[in-house]
Design a protein. Structure first.
Length: 145
């Protein structure tokens, strides 16, 4: 099981902690809110196996490799774990395209700056990708309690 703490901006699995970034807009399950939903989820899909680090994804398909240049655009890189909500309050998560994914803005990890997704470093998302299975539970909480 993956546990994500919004207040600590970290993801925990098997006793290991990874720095993340959640939504700048805070907590929300509302469509187009830019918020990160909370509650119980399952990993619905895994995308990017065997792709090189820094692979850019659009619509969950590889479209190139990021060249490392600083840009403001929030790229989805390296691997994608799609989430499906298990509760009435977060049931639209899959349709909202809320993912756990690599980012081109690794220096901002630990700060809530995403558009709703859970951002990770590219090395960390590749490691996590190999640790989890489709159907695995993900708990996203405001705090670590």
């Amino acid at each position: 099981m993956l546990k994500i703490s919004i207040s600590k901006q970290n993801l925990q699995i098997n006793g290991k902690n990874y720095p993340i970034s959640t939504a700048k807009a805070g907590i929300s399950s509302v469509e187009d809110s830019g918020g990160t939903p909370v509650g119980e989820f399952i990993i619905m899909g895994k995308f990017g196996a065997e792709e090189p680090i820094w692979t850019i994804f659009q619509s969950r398909k590889p479209v190139g490799v990021w060249d490392g240049k600083e840009i403001e655009e929030d790229l989805i890189l390296s691997r994608i774990l799609t989430l499906d909500g298990c509760e009435r309050s977060n049931a639209n998560t899959l349709q909202r395209h809320i993912y756990i994914h690599g980012t081109n803005q690794e220096s901002m990890l630990g700060t809530p700056v995403s558009h709703g997704c859970i951002r990770m470093s590219n090395a960390d998302i590749i490691e996590l990708f190999d640790l989890v299975e489709i159907g695995e539970t993900v708990i996203i909480k405001e705090d670590d309690g």
